[in-house]
Design a protein around this ligand. Structure first.
Ligand code: ADP
Ligand code: MG
Length: 863
């Protein structure tokens, strides 16, 4: 048993502004327990904390300042916990801190760089590396990923996540057995045999979490996520199994509702926004107080799930994430105070060894039988009832395998049951008699032959023995040669199959133009690690399900999505990732080629050495001189070359494996970013569609479309409007800023087509003439160029489109349109040019102002 208090660490998130730096200091001198001093700025010290202290000092196991890398965090915090989990102890690492302080960054990692990967991917990598090294045990790893939101548990690895909303998914519930062990119903456990499979599960869960998130359900700040690695190990042949769990927990934001005390002073003892964090605090307080008999674990789901981690059978570590900026000072102090309490909790971790009941049953059954047999011998008691059919059958099977066994030491074990012994004799007699009848003639003739021959002479006997020895030697030599040939053939086959698979991979459109991230592309994998197709397939189908919506999009929507994508802040990250991925992939490809070359070279060197040997032996035989005992210089050279090549091969192989993991990780990050983008676009699209519907009638009644008068002044005015920062010409003044809340750049360019609105217009005035109909559209929704011909073309187009919309699908508009309405041939080109010209102007215009633009359907021209 290992008794240990919960280990507490602090991590300070990099601050954006330099002037915030005077707010804290880390005292590293106290080597054993470093301390963090938070210094209250003068203006805050007066009002906010209930006394007028100017600084607060908190002790931590270790404090990681702003510049500490993810690698350092893993090495110092997670690696020791992972090691104890590998040894069979339970472990928990949880991150606690306000929203934005770096909990997710620490536990899961950042999405931008491979080096930003957090504790979970690094721990998985470490654990699988260790499992591979240790061949003395059989390990099994399972993964589960639980999200607790509003006191309800959800399985983040549930495949139904894709199709259902969070509320419709089956809830994970807690069951407690008579021994007070917690079991989670509806939480799936997934077998992961490689690091890749486990990583896929992590990303699948994260993606599911993101998909489920809505503005009303800010899961990432209000929910707790528990990623659990279940590890079991067993020595071959042993019935004892070690089982350990590692919980990696990303808690909800710890921010509180600040209570204002008398005189407007803020009190630090404020209430948590998150109820389960409140219960967590209660459990922590109860545990940190001596002589408290009742610990209120049952109050909340999270404390029930983490029961062992808090004061139980677990080695637990807390990371307090701090965002030490002036405005966060009170939350940071609360986080540190919480950590100080946590540090008082003592856990008692025990080795989780269990006997596997199945193996135990087999062992006990055997023992019972042996004891029964022994008892029968000792008591001399004999059973008299006839043997059953099944017993007879089993006995005969045993006799057959006994007779077939070539081992002279083998035994026929039937116990002390006389009935069985008798049956064995009967059976053997029967077998013998059967054989006799069949083999009499042959046997008798053989005996006769032998009798007719004279006994062999001693001399002849020796000669024959020598011949036999000679033949034996020959056979040995031939067998060795055969083995070598076979090995060579296998090696060649292996190399060529590697080549072929490499070729296949590169042929299957590695990076289609403009889409370098393309299909999953892995470098030639380690022979032992087949990529897990099931989870990647599932994930990719999930991602495809989410991102693949594009295929069903109308052209306008697709175009809108393209623009949204281009202007989204994440596109830079995605682009960067693409570039890195591309680079890593070509590195991996080059490496794969080098590895193959090295492999071929190794094969060639081995062959040369063998040939050299054969030559020497042949030389020795022909000159009848013994083979020189010291190896010759050429062979030595070949051997050292071989060693060198092998070293090179190994180094490259290790590098390739690392690259493979990195590629996989980057790929997953990009997949995740894509889903995020798609989700944001969908939300934005839906929002815009609603706002269009809500606002259009009012707009219609207020604004009647007036094509710009074609005077030079007005044209000048117009161009000024277009290029001015305020983008006034495109504004709808009576629409408040609430109308457009998504990317303004996007909103300025593309807005969803107000389908239902159009429909209602058609219904209200099905046969309105063009001049009367046009003004019904919001002035801002139709882009005009100022050129009368083009503008009238545009207006004609709008009218035509509306009438066709009544009859045809939007995607089939273009050909129908030009034929039926007789628009000028150059219209399509003109529109495209005009809109293309306008775009850059519009993107420069004021980003804060809500703007309206032409509808997405007008962009269908661009297809
Ligand atoms: P939380 O999960 O606590 O709400 P996040 O982990 O999402 O906070 O962090 C908020 C932002 O700060 C993210 O963009 C993240 O990448 C960044 N961040 C947090 N910690 C660090 C760090 N140590 N180094 C660099 N960036 C960080
Ligand atoms: Mg977070």
């Amino acid at each position: 048993m290992v008794k240990q208090t919960i280990q507490i660490f602090a991590r300070v998130k990099p601050t954006v502004r330099k002037q915030q730096q005077g707010i804290y200091s880390i005292d590293e001198d106290e080597k054993l327990t470093p301390s963090l001093e938070i210094i209250l700025p003068r203006d805050l010290a007066d009002g906010f904390v209930n006394n007028k202290r100017e600084s607060y000092r908190f002790k931590f196991q270790r404090i990681f300042d702003q510049n500490e890398k993810q690698e350092t965090i893993f090495e110092n915090i997670a690696k020791p916990v992972a090691e104890s989990v590998l040894a069979g102890y339970n472990g928990t690492i949880f991150a606690y801190g306000q929203t934005g302080s770096g909990k997710t960054f620490t536990i899961t990692g950042g999405a931008e760089r491979y080096s930003d990967r957090g504790i979970i991917p690094r721990t998985l990598s470490y654990i699988f590396e260790q499992l591979q090294k240790d061949s003395s045990k059989i390990y099994t790893t399972h993964i589960s990923y639980l999200e607790i939101y509003n006191e309800c548990g959800y399985d983040l690895l549930d495949p139904r996540h894709e199709a259902s909303s969070l509320e419709d998914l089956p809830k994970v519930t807690i069951l407690e057995d008579p021994d007070q062990n917690i079991h989670l119903k509806n939480l799936s456990l997934h077998l992961a045999t490689t690091e890749e499979e486990a990583l896929n599960l992590l990303f699948l869960g994260d993606t599911n979490r993101m998909i489920a998130e809505t503005p009303m359900n800010q899961a990432s700040t209000r929910s707790h996520c528990i990623f659990t690695i279940h590890l079991s190990s067993k020595e071959p042949g042993s019935a004892t199994v070690r089982q350990a769990k590692l919980h990696l927990v990303d808690l909800a934001g710890s921010e509180r509702v600040a209570k204002t005390g008398v005189g407007g002073q803020l009190l630090t003892e404020a209430k948590y926004i998150n109820l389960s964090l409140h219960y967590l605090e209660q459990v922590i307080i109860a545990l940190s107080e001596k002589h408290r008999s009742h610990i209120p674990y049952r109050n909340s789901m999270m404390t029930s799930v983490l029961r062992d981690s808090l004061g139980g059978n677990c080695m637990t570590t807390m990371i307090a994430t701090l965002s030490l900026e002036k405005r966060n000072i009170d939350e940071s102090i609360s986080t540190c105070r919480f950590a100080q309490r946590v540090a008082l909790i003592k856990n008692e971790a025990v080795l989780n060894e269990e006997i596997d009941p199945r193996l135990m049953i087999i062992r006990l059954q055997k023992e019972i039988q042996e004891l029964k047999d022994e008892l029968a011998i000792v008591t001399g008691e004999q059973r008299t009832e006839a043997l059953t059919e099944a017993e007879l059958l089993q006995l005969e099977k045993r006799i057959t395998s006994f007779l077939e066994d070539q081992d002279p030491e083998s035994k026929l074990e039937v116990g002390a049951d006389m009935r069985k012994i008798h049956h064995c004799f009967h059976y053997l007699k029967k077998l013998l008699n059967d054989k006799k009848i069949h083999g009499t003639s042959i046997a008798s003739s053989e005996i006769k032959d032998q009798n007719s021959q004279e006994p062999l002479k001693e001399e002849e006997y020796k000669k024959l023995r020598d011949i036999l020895q000679q033949r034996d030697n020959e056979i040995n030599i031939l067998v060795t040669m055969l083995k070598k040939e076979k090995k060579k053939a296998q090696d060649a086959l292996h190399v060529s199959s590697m080549d072929r698979s490499e070729l296949r991979r590169s042929q299957s459109s590695p990076f289609p133009p403009g889409n370098p991230e393309g299909p999953r592309m892995l470098p030639p994998s380690a022979p032992t690690q087949a990529p897990d197709s099931s989870t990647s397939q599932y994930r990719s189908s999930l991602l495809h399900g989410k991102t693949g919506m594009k295929e069903e999009m109308s052209f306008g929507r697709q175009e809108a999505f393209e623009i949204f994508k281009r202007d989204h802040a994440d596109s830079v990250t995605i682009e960067d990732s693409k570039q890195i991925l591309k680079q890593r992939f070509s590195e991996a490809k080059a490496l794969g080629e080098n590895i193959n070359e090295a492999r071929i070279k190794i094969g060639r060197l081995k062959e040369e050495i063998t040939q050299r040997h054969v030559q020497q032996v042949a030389q020795g035989i022909s000159e009848s001189t013994p083979v020189p005992s010291t190896p010759d210089l050429l062979e030595e050279k070949l051997r050292s070359q071989l060693q060198e090549e092998k070293r090179r091969y190994k180094a490259m192989f290790t590098h390739l494996k690392a690259l493979k993991v990195e590629i996989e990780h980057l790929q997953l990050l990009m997949d995740k970013a894509k889903v995020k983008l798609q989700k944001e676009f969908e939300a934005c699209w839906a929002e815009e569609a609603t706002s269009l519907q809500v606002n259009s009638p009012a707009v219609n009644s207020l604004n009647h479309m007036k094509p710009f008068p074609q005077t030079p002044e007005s044209q000048h005015e117009r161009s000024q409007l277009l290029s001015s920062k305020s983008s006034g010409g495109w504004e709808v003044p009576d629409q408040g800023p609430q109308v457009v809340s998504c990317s303004d750049v996007y909103a300025r360019k593309i807005l969803p087509s107000p389908g239902p609105l159009l429909h209602s217009q058609e219904q209200s005035s099905p046969s309105t003439p063009l001049e009367d109909r046009i003004p019904e559209r919001p002035v801002s929704s139709v882009p005009l160029t100022g050129d009368s011909r083009t503008d009238s073309d545009i207006l004609a187009f709008i009218k035509a489109r509306q009438s066709i919309l009544q009859r045809t699908e939007p995607t089939t508009l273009c050909p129908a349109l030009s034929k039926q309405e007789g628009l000028s041939d150059g219209l399509q080109g003109t529109l495209m040019r005009e809109t293309a010209d306008l775009d850059p102007v519009m993107s420069d215009s004021c980003p804060e102002r809500p703007t309206r633009s032409f509808t997405a359907n007008s962009l269908q021209f661009r297809q």
